[in-house]
Design a protein around this ligand. Structure first.
Ligand SMILES: Nc1ncnc2c1ncn2[C@@H]1O[C@H](COP(=O)(O)OP(=O)(O)OP(=O)(O)O)[C@@H](O)[C@H]1O
Ligand SMILES: O=P(O)(O)O[C@@H]1[C@H](O)[C@H](O)[C@@H](OP(=O)(O)O)[C@H](OP(=O)(O)O)[C@H]1O
Length: 311
């Protein structure tokens, strides 16, 4: 079955900006990727393997409960760092009913969405992993994962076609590219993703600086949450970094109406979003300890972004 021949329910389409994770496959109707409901501004993530899917659903439901009851400040605060959750939804895809998580689309309203999935931590296997799964995980992305506590399963970025032009080209790379990177290659790829070397015009340079500062601000907020919390450990979880390329060279001045809300377009948070995703392997913190594994990766990501800003 060609990728374009998937039988999808009306009103839904494959998420074009999906850069990593489980996807639709040509020869396997069972393999399902993320869908997009662009009218509602949300994406639909299929529940993964039974234990992973249920864990992720429970995670989002526990955040929703914490938000509603106000009983747990830390969980309520975490909601600000993950996509909004609109509940589960059953849909028939390729003639099979499946459960999806309805999540805020982090690329909604972006004209030229740049998206990078960064998987966090040196350790990407959870406490219940078999020795075989552990071995498989330890053999992947070795060059950056062990040094930086980061790896790069995929990204897409808009780049200017030539210097001094409005025309763009899109570059996409998946996990094979990520697995080939060493630390230097990872840093160069991050600079490329932020259009740090292609920002020739004055306004694009200013836009790039704004972008890097906003990414750092959001990363620091996530780090501040991790420094306080002793509740959860996140294995094989990612940060999704998204920005709208069209705003790099063209920072707007006015307020606009997006999904019924007035949004101040001068606020870089309207075109730069850094959120935690993929909670298939979230576990209660062992011995009430902080999540050093995630924080190590987050600190090195902050250092990499800082080095791009200050070079
Ligand atoms: N809320 C979201 N908004 C926009 N895009 C998203 C969102 N959540 C996920 N994506 C896209 O889907 C991709 C895969 O997401 P995710 O990591 O949650 O899936 P997965 O199949 O569980 O991945 P893995 O195989 O690593 O376990 C991300 O890299 C991103 O491109
Ligand atoms: O980075 P790669 O090489 O794509 O490896 C995948 C990655 O580790 C995913 O996190 C994992 O899904 P889970 O998080 O759901 O375990 C998947 O397992 P799977 O192939 O068993 O689904 C692996 O294949």
């Amino acid at each position: 079955m060609a990728k374009s021949d998937q039988e999808l329910p009306e009103g839904f389409r494959q998420l074009k900006t999906q850069v990593a994770g489980h996807t639709f496959e040509e020869s396997n109707a069972e393999a399902v990727g993320l869908l997009q409901d662009s009218k509602a501004g949300c994406v639909l993530k299929p529940l993964g393997k039974p234990e992973c899917g249920e864990r992720e659903l429970r995670f989002y439901e526990s955040l929703a409960e914490a938000g509603a009851s106000g009983d747990n400040d830390l969980l309520a605060l975490l909601r600000g760092h993950v996509p909004r959750f609109y509940g589960p939804l059953k849909l028939v895809v390729n003639r099979r009913e499946r459960t999806f998580l309805r999540l805020e689309d982090l690329t909604r309203s972006f004209a030229k969405p740049c998206v990078m999935d960064v998987k966090m931590g040196k350790r990407t296997w959870d406490p219940e992993s078999s020795p075989n799964k552990r071995k498989l995980e330890e053999a992947k992305y070795v060059m950056c994962k062990q040094k930086l506590g980061l790896c790069l399963p995929g990204f897409q970025v808009y780049l200017p076609k030539e210097e001094h032009t409005q025309e763009t080209t899109i570059l996409r790379h998946g996990k094979d590219y990520g697995k080939s990177l060493n630390v230097e290659g990872f840093k160069q790829t991050m600079a490329l993703f932020f259009n740090a070397s292609t920002s020739d015009s004055k306004s694009r340079r200013a836009g790039c600086e704004l972008l890097l500062k906003e990414v750092l601000r959001q990363l620091q907020e996530i780090l501040a949450w991790f420094q306080r919390q002793r509740l959860l450990h996140f294995y094989a979880s990612s940060l999704l970094i998204c920005y709208d390329y069209s705003r790099l060279a063209d920072p707007p001045k006015s307020k606009s109406l997006i999904n019924g809300y007035h949004q101040n377009e001068d606020d870089p948070a309207s075109w730069v979003r850094v959120k935690m995703i993929d909670f298939a392997h979230v576990y209660p913190a062992e011995h009430g300890l902080p999540d050093e594994n995630y924080m190590f990766g987050l600190q090195s990501l902050i250092e990499v972004v800082q080095s791009i800003l200050h070079r």
